[in-house]
Design a protein. Sequence first.
Length: 396
Amino acid sequence: MTSKIKIILKSGKEQSLKRFHPWVFSGAIKVIGGSPAEGDLVDVYSNKDEFLGTGHYAGGSIAVRILSFEPVHDIRRVLMDRIMAAFEYRKKIGLVDNVDTNTFRLVNAEGDGMPGLVIDYYNGTVVIQFHSVGMSREKEIITEGLVNALGKRLVTIIDRSESTLPGKFAPEIKAENLIQGRGSRYEVIENGNRFIVDLKEGQKTGFYIDQRENRKLLGTLSSGRSVLNLFGYTGGFSIYAIKGGAKMVHTVDSSAPAVDIAIQNVQLNFGEKISHKAFCEDVSAFLQNTRDTYDLIVSDPPAFAKHQRALDNALLGYKRLNARIFEIIRPGGIVFTFSCSQVVSRDNFRKSVFAAAANANRKVKIIFQLTQPPDHPVSIYHPEGEYLKGLVLYVE
């Protein structure tokens, strides 16, 4: 390996890396000993010339994402070992070769020691999203690591980084098949439920795998209830509600292709004679215009804030959304409400929901506090990895 460019931090800025936090912010850098390109491997040192870590360089506010806090002499070996370790962890938690669930997250970025890399497994097809140029430059090694770890379980690899790589690099990517070929839409199983997923055009990598356990919980609370699934996408929560014995389910999403798949998913699992209706409509408009009230409402919106500057507006958005939900939920109703914005802390989200309940003048109890499932692990040194926050509320 060619010698890596040396980055020296300002005095005192080494403490977070000594606590194994994997990000180096641009404001912490004192000297860059050269001109690294986006995605180059660099070595990071303290102002006292102590080695701190090796990572990928980037031009944004997060200037380096640390891959190893030990010197890296062979990046191929590091990544191959990390992918195998991630696979073995999923085996230990019972997600590999599970007949009831054949889709799961295989690599969860910092949670698996691979910042900038997300990999989801869909019944033989692996979908990769590179969130950093550095990781995208390791594509061949990552492909080799997946083939090595998954063996005969692997049929296709798809690169879905067109929406996740930094702007000027993203146009190069368009749902590229890295190995072999397979159709865009096909069927997966989650907790025994069947879902059609679109792995080339769908949101994220095709399905919101991170809500698997929360959907299961909702199913246990749906019996005899009328259910409203807001931002319902392809009907994940709706399927669990119907299976759990809901008397009526409404699914609302602004995406016509998603609503079409939601209808197909209901038919796939339950046939035609089910009390389910899907609305292709903006959620805010639906909530303002609906005359219906519900016994259970789930709200799983897209990220309201992708960066710190948008935080205040995001919290206001959550407050308005949940206030309207509290207005239309029946007494004794249950609300599942979520935020998937990484910059929105658990405490801030809870405060915005508290304000919404107060504005709607409803008495509200927290009965569950939710997060992402174990195949989306959070490094204890990187709490920002806990992006999914959820509350299950009983409304008097």
